[in-house]
Design a protein around this ligand. Structure first.
Ligand code: AMP
Length: 113
């Protein structure tokens, strides 16, 4: 298994999981962009949101992201990000939702860089 997030989900790479069930798991981003920066990912490999076929899994990812935002105390607001494929800036080719918050995040899009 070469996919880093598959290996994290399977426990092959140690991580502090914030949440896990049979469908998804959630970890802290290794390079946080804000005081709270969590990644919610499916256990099974899905390359990106483009390839996602499983509607129940889509719902679970979204629900867990929202619950973790609550658990992190992000009552002032937060952002859910799914960088998708090359133009979307996706770096890790295993679907993941970023839950980012804990500071004002400003406008949604910055210039391409
Ligand atoms: P993306 O651009 O949406 O693909 O973002 C991938 C994210 O995964 C980045 O924010 C990385 O900091 C994060 N990341 C990469 N490797 C790890 C890891 N081993 N544990 C936690 N986060 C990671």
């Amino acid at each position: 298994m070469t996919c880093v997030f598959c290996r994290i989900a399977a426990g092959e790479i140690p991580s502090k999981k914030l949440f896990e069930d049979e469908l998804v798991c959630a970890i802290r981003d290794i390079h946080p962009q804000a005081p709270a920066h969590i990644l919610v990912l499916p256990r099974a490999h899905v390359a990106s949101l483009w390839e996602l076929e499983d509607e129940a899994l889509a719902g679970r990812l979204l629900f867990v992201a929202a619950r973790l935002a609550r658990a992190e105390g992000l009552e002032h607001g937060w952002r859910l990000i799914a960088n998708t494929r090359e133009h979307g800036g996706q770096e890790v080719p295993h679907l993941h939702l970023h839950v980012v918050g804990g500071r004002p995040l400003g406008r949604m899009l910055s210039a391409p860089g």
